[in-house]
Design a binder for this molecule. Structure first.
Ligand SMILES: Nc1ncnc2c1ncn2[C@@H]1O[C@H](COP(=O)(O)OP(=O)(O)OP(=O)(O)O)[C@@H](O)[C@H]1O
Length: 264
């Protein structure tokens, strides 16, 4: 579905992306992972055509993305940015309905199926109760859920999400990752960037790990997330452990509370 080949990009002669190669297939949830400044947002921007890479090829559904019109791109690809400012006080349901715009014709009046898609997307991320609230007064986490619902309502072949759960509480983080897993299982390709290796390990079936300035590893996170890899990217800050047959990445040097260790 998405194929990135030999991608290079530099800012002010500083190479950020070097020889990046990976693909995301239909039905795959791919976690894009790497330390601050490793180029995740830059890679997203190249894939979405917001910046033109210095070298390399990005294909979407076997087409060079440079040849897709904005409308074609929006019909096939949804994007959830890290931050979004909305200058007008649109209601939440209007914001989510905007995701349907690439599918509307004529006077851009939403049809019943557009309204149904918006309602389903809001239910999926648990924000139906916010439908009539103005978007601009919501908390950062609630706004993040609205943008995810808008991308889901768009009903595209592929969704890009830039740190989709960075502002969410524990329950909503889990809710969103489970929703992404289900949407991928229904055939959508998803590339989601995250700073939490556990989310990638628990919910993603593939990962792309960026370092400086290139690709450090890729593949099944249960195989890729080794102690050696974590040491390479986090310089000894974490330990790879296991719980319930899953990998779990813990901060290194954790000790049990003395009272608990004494069995109190
Ligand atoms: N327009 C730009 N001009 C110059 N340098 C830039 C530009 N955009 C990004 N960079 C630099 O490229 C590097 C990678 O930035 P990018 O935002 O892609 O990283 P990231 O992995 O998404 O980081 P984070 O995890 O902190 O969000 C950074 O050092 C950043 O300063």
């Amino acid at each position: 579905m998405l194929k990135v080949e030999n991608l290079y990009h530099a800012f002010n002669r500083r190479t950020i992306l070097e020889d990046i190669n990976f693909s995301v297939e239909k039905g795959q949830l791919c976690g894009l992972f790497g330390p601050n400044g490793s180029g995740k947002t830059t890679l997203f921007q190249c894939c979405l055509g917001f910046i033109r890479p210095d070298k390399g090829m990005i294909r979407f559904l076997d087409k060079d993305i440079r040849k897709l019109t904005i409308r074609e791109t929006a019909q096939h690809v949804a994007y959830v940015p890290q931050h979004h400012t909305q200058p007008f006080p649109f209601q939440v349901e209007e914001m989510v309905l905007m995701g349907r715009t690439p599918h509307m014709r004529g006077f851009y009046k939403p049809a019943k199926k557009d309204q149904a898609a918006a309602r389903t997307a809001m239910e999926r991320v648990g924000i139906s109760n916010l439908a009539r609230e103005p978007f601009d007064i919501l908390s950062g986490g609630q706004q993040q859920l609205v943008l995810i619902a808008r991308a889901i309502a768009q009903g595209t072949d592929m969704i890009f999400l830039d740190e989709p759960t960075s502002a969410l509480d524990f329950r909503n983080q889990t809710l969103v990752w489970k929703a992404l897993r289900q949407i991928a299982d229904q055939g959508t390709g998803i590339l989601a960037c995250s700073h939490d290796p556990n989310h990638v390990a628990w919910f993603c079936d593939t990962t792309v790990v960026l370092g400086s300035p290139g690709l450090v590893a890729k593949g099944d996170p249960s195989k890729v997330f080794s102690q050696q890899l974590m040491d390479e990217i986090y310089k000894g800050a974490c330990e790879v452990s296991h719980a319930m047959d899953l990998k779990i990445i813990l901060p290194s040097g954790l000790t049990r509370h003395p009272a608990e260790a004494a069995g109190c």
